[in-house]
Design a protein around this ligand. Structure first.
Ligand code: TYC
Length: 113
């Protein structure tokens, strides 16, 4: 909207609403890694590095947290990216015949913070 229109007193509120909707933050999704008794630790670390671009130290930390606490957050992403990453993990886990799983949890709705 032009400065001129903003200052003219003839503000078009329909357009204001539209702009507000366009600026809404996207819903975000947490990818949570689940522990199991069979997947080798090295494979878990390799997956985190390869799919999520984490350092080896960070990947190791996430793996150990899942191993000891049962689950660990890998990262927070928009829906499409999160779904793609989960599916990449599923494909590699299936290919190498490991039961490794990660799930999506809602981190924030669009009308929050
Ligand atoms: N618990 C597995 C083992 O002892 C290792 C592991 C860690 C598996 C984290 C999954 O998300 C996981 N081999």
């Amino acid at each position: 909207m032009s400065e001129e229109k903003l200052n003219s007193g003839s503000l078009d509120t329909d357009n204001l609403t539209e702009e507000k909707i366009q600026l809404k933050k996207p819903d975000m999704y947490r990818i949570v890694l689940l522990n199991d008794d069979y997947t080798p630790r090295d494979f878990v670390v390799w997956i985190i590095m390869r799919i999520f671009y984490k350092t080896e130290d960070e990947s190791n930390r996430i793996m150990i947290e899942a191993h000891t606490a049962g689950k660990s957050t890998i990262g927070v992403y928009t829906f499409d990216i999160a779904k793609t990453k989960v599916s990449q993990v599923e494909q590699l886990a299936e290919k190498y015949e490991h039961p490794l799983k990660c799930i999506l949890e809602v981190e924030s709705g669009g009308d929050q913070g």
